[in-house]
Ligand binder design. Sequence first.
Ligand code: CAO
Length: 443
Amino acid sequence: MSQAIEIKVPDIGDYSDVPVIEICVKVGDTIKLDDALVTLESDKATMDVPSTVAGVVKEIRVALGDKISQGSIVAVVEAAGADTAAEPAKPAAAAPAPAPTPSGPAPTPAAPATAAQTATSAPAPTPGLALGAATHASPSVRLFARELGVDLSKVPATGPKGRIVKEDVAAFIKGVMSGRTALVGASPGGASLGGGLDLLPWPKVDFAKFGPIEVLPLSRIKKISGQNLARNWVMIPAVTYHEDADITELEAFRVKLNKESEKPGDKSGAKITMLAFLIKACELALKKFPEFNSSLDGENLVMKKYFNIAFAADTPNGLVVPVVKNVDQKSVTQIVVECGELAKKARDGKLGPAEMSGACFTISSVGGIGGTYFSPIVNAPEVAILGVNKSVTKPVWNGREFVPRLILPLSLSADHRVIDGALATRFNVYLAQLLADMRRALI
Ligand code: CAO
């Protein structure tokens, strides 16, 4: 037989006259044992008052803002049967349980805390009450969020005093489902990987079932660069902008210089490469558009006054990215020599950490191989990278006729948090103009 049970505020330690900040149920709701009925908040923390029975809510005896203490009746529940607890429940957040995580009560095994949650530094817990630390939300809202796999640090709060209420979590989920809200949202340039990416596990396939296979371990370089690339791909909202540079004259000049250096008696040295001209042109474009020579650091943009340009080098063990330092203080010939030395060291596996650090901008040139365009991944904490493919002679309309011109395809990926489309396009246009006629650098 059903029985009306008054649900009272249990022992909440030394607290009294604690305001009701949330009513979690309404009359007629069917509830389970321990479901939160109301949420209270002291000046330091929040806690839920759970139901001591399963059943149907018949009355709610408190209103938002009411100040209540141990023993106050919050609701009357018509008990569904034998599910009644003998003792009044302890407050949800104060129940004997593992220590609170920084973002609230310890997660249940089924719903581990996200990386962002566990990375937050924890204030000392207040006895008897669970703390809402970096994010303010009641235990029931935290439970709701955990059940849905939502990282509360990403949820905009609309409740009083910046509190996240259940509706906020629901609105966040709706936003994600409709594509309006991104699940990834760690602080720009911040240390925490954070995220809240709720991905399916990697597919496990028994490939041998389908045919013969051989398993090769990834090289050390591939393992390290793979992790960096995955982070950069997920964390950086990058857009790739394409441009064609007419390098007919520059290539003719390069060939001429190299022919001259082949003459007997000419000891001027290394063969001038297109890569060295590209590095020089990028340095000039970085000077004209300093946002490209920056890095995100939390809420700040670090503007660099030095010009170090990295280039991706293909090696038998994988991709490495040596850095040519202070290119603004070097001639094209010096850059050629240094690139040659760094590329050789890269292939021999002899690059030191100092030779691979400090870059402001990266060039990834696969022009020696081919291709038309691609989308390079921004090399954090840089904000842009230039991809270069093989130059091809194409018919170009000059206003009267088609003429053969040597066209170099450029693909600039830029972090949209720092560089918007107009700026990226201006950078690309300027770079193409420079490559078409380097005299522009003198203007
Ligand atoms: N268009 C047409 N030809 C090009 C060219 C371009 N954009 N770039 C280079 N070439 C030509 C060169 O002139 C050279 O021709 P010759 O042998 O007739 O002189 C030939 O292609 C080989 O050049 P190279 O690629 O060896 O030399 P480089 O100075 O241009 O590049 C380096 C050096 C280290 C960047 C290059 O060897 C390399 O490793 N590239 C691959 C980088 C890479 O993997 N990027 C992808 C990263 S993301 O996965």
